[in-house]
Design a protein around this ligand. Structure first.
Ligand SMILES: Cc1cc2nc3c(=O)[nH]c(=O)nc-3n(C[C@H](O)[C@H](O)[C@H](O)COP(=O)(O)OP(=O)(O)OC[C@H]3O[C@@H](n4cnc5c(N)ncnc54)[C@H](O)[C@@H]3O)c2cc1C
Length: 283
């Protein structure tokens, strides 16, 4: 990307990311903790079969865990499977994930696994099912746009799986997904109800006011160990309200030089974000 375009895009993207470096992530994490938000730190980057890069990402997550511990940060990390080797080989991914989990366990910290696009769903869940019995401080994201998610949830709840439920960020084609927004939302409600009825610990990952209200309603009926999770820079209006109401709210904070694709996904989610971009270009 040419320098000037990158600079302009970065001005807008800063709303959603901490910056380029691990130090930026730690600084923004402290800032969020000061506003009573827990944090989930993510090093951007995905879909790489390059073993050198994969080792680099793995080492960086180990460093992040050290810094979370040393900085007494209230928070954890979220990793992407294809960043830790799933795009190269499942066994490489499993080995790297285990290194990260073992470090997290030594500090009594938690690890979340993001869910990527559909070619990675089965591999991600297979490894999760294998590792979970020996490592309970481990959660995985499931997407309401995927038709298979209901059966994945039915399988994972009795195993003690810890789930972050989201709508799904990746454009998918074919029969695997619900395409209409209303179908995705209805499935989200169905899955969220299953979590409130039968789930152990879980997270409601959405900015959608209607779904947040539904979760509040369900929380009144069933006392559950759950938290709201939202992205940095989105719905900053509602985060303090939920905290005041007594809910735990975590902010997902990504960082790293690979901010461009992540920001494109955030742009797609809301037309007003494109306007933000245009305004930054026109000054
Ligand atoms: C903590 C967390 C972790 C996630 N992890 C994953 C993952 O691992 N895999 C995955 O596929 N997806 C993940 N996502 C993204 C998710 O799938 C959705 O793409 C994203 O959350 C937008 O959907 P929504 O539920 O907020 O609803 P939407 O219907 O997209 O939005 C509802 C309302 O929220 C507000 N809003 C939403 N997005 C924005 C935005 N970018 N800027 C400003 N306002 C906005 C608007 O008011 C909008 O009307 C994650 C989301 C969160 C919050």
């Amino acid at each position: 990307m040419p320098g000037i375009t990158e600079k302009l895009l970065y001005r807008v993207a800063r709303r959603w990311i901490a910056g380029y470096t691990l130090e930026d992530a730690i600084r923004v994490a402290h800032n969020a903790n000061n506003r009573k938000l827990s944090v989930i730190l993510n090093r951007l980057g995905e879909h790489t079969p390059d073993e050198k890069l994969i080792q680099g990402y793995t080492e960086e997550y180990l460093k992040l865990l050290n810094q979370i511990q040393e900085g007494k940060i209230d928070g954890t990390i979220s990793v992407k499977p294809s960043q830790l080797g799933l795009a190269a080989s499942p066994s490489l991914y499993g080995t790297n994930l285990l290194r990260i989990i073992e470090r997290a366990e030594a500090y009594d910290e938690f690890v979340w696994i993001d869910m990527e696009n559909s070619p990675y769903t089965e591999g991600t869940l297979k490894t999760y099912r294998e590792i979970l019995p020996g490592h309970r401080q481990l959660g995985v994201c499931l997407q309401a746009n995927m038709k298979r998610t209901e059966s994945d949830l039915k399988d994972l709840i009795p195993r003690g799986g810890i789930i972050r439920l989201v709508k799904g960020a990746y454009p998918e084609t074919g029969e695997l997904v619900y395409k209409k927004r209303s179908d995705v939302d209805a499935n989200y409600v169905r899955l969220m109800t299953m979590l409130f009825e039968g789930g152990g610990r879980f997270a409601i990952g959405t900015h959608d006011g209607k779904l947040i209200d539904k979760a509040r309603e369900l929380a009144k009926e069933q006392k559950r160990d759950f938290e709201f999770q939202m992205l940095k820079g989105v719905r900053d209006d509602i985060k303090p309200t939920l905290i005041e109401e007594g809910y735990r709210v975590s902010e997902y904070i990504p960082y790293g030089p690979e901010w461009y694709n992540y920001s494109k996904r955030r742009m797609r989610e809301r037309k007003r974000n494109i306007l933000l971009l245009l305004r930054s270009i026109t000054g």
